[in-house]
Write a protein of this length. Sequence first.
Length: 303
Amino acid sequence: MLLSVSVDLDEIRHYCAIHGLPAASAPEAIYARAVPRLADWAAQRGVALTWFVVGRDVERSENAQALSRLAARGDELGCHSYSHYYDLIRRGADEMRREIELGVSAVQRLSPDAVRGFRAPGYTVSDTLLALLREAGLEYDSSVFPCPSYYAVKAIKLAAIAVRGEASSSILDAPEMLRAPTVPYRVGRPYWYRGMGIWEIPVQVTRRARLPFIGTSLTMAGAMGARLLAQGVLGQPLVNLELHGLDLLDENDGLSELAKRQSDLRIPWPKKLDAIDAAVSLLKRKGYASVRMNELAAEAARS
Ligand SMILES: [Zn+2]
C-alpha cells in the first residue's frame, strides 16, 4: 500500500484572487514560510513529497533555490501550470499548450529528474487539457476531485461572492465530473470515463461517504477528526493526500485580511500540522509506504 503526499504551491495572491481581494500587496508567505515548515516535517518523519510548482513563481531566485535543494534531496517536482489561471480550460488550446510547456520547462530547470506530473489550477481539467498534457510528454495528471461535498461548498461560496457583487477568478466543473473513478485510472472521453488517455490520480476521497481527504479537511477537522478521515481511506491500495502551502500558515503570517475570508487561517499552523501528522502517522502505522507521486502513478500503471 502506497501513500503519496503532494503540495500545491499556490502563492497568497491566488487566494486573494479567489476571494476578490486585492492581490498586489499579498505577502510571498508560501515559499518564505510554508515550504520550510513542511520540508522540515517531512524530513523528520521520512515522508516523500511531491511539490506542484507554479512556473511563474520560480522566476524569483530564492524560490528556485529552495526547490532545487528539495529536488536534490529526492523530492519530486511537478507542474502546476505557468500562471495558475483558474479558467485555464476556458482558454484556447494554444494558450493551454503554452501554459503547460512554459510551466514544465520552468520546473525542469530545477530538478535532476524528468517532470512527469501535472496538477491543474482549481482541480479543473477538460478533455483538451488532458490530451495536451500527454502530448507534452507528461505521464500523469492529479486534478480530478470526485467529491460531492467539496463541489457543493465551492458552488455555494462562488454564489455568495457573486451575490456580494464581487468577482472571483475561480470556476466550477461540470457536475458529471463527480462520476469519475475515485482510484487511479486512464482517462477516456469525457475524462470521467475510463479510457486510453493519460493516467489520472484523483484527489483522495474517503470510501462510501466520499469525504475530502485533503489538507484543508484534515486541518479543519483537527488531529482526532483527521484520524477518523484517515480510517475512511484505509484499505485503498494507493492513497493520494493533497496539501496546499496554505495548510502550513496562519493569520500571524501577515494574513489577517485573508483570514477573514479563509477560516482555516484562524487555526494556528502548528495545530494544523499536528492534524496532517496524525493522518499520515496512522496510515504509516497501518503499513503504507510513503512514495513520490510518480512512483504511485507507476504502480497504478503496473497493477
Ligand atoms: Zn493551485
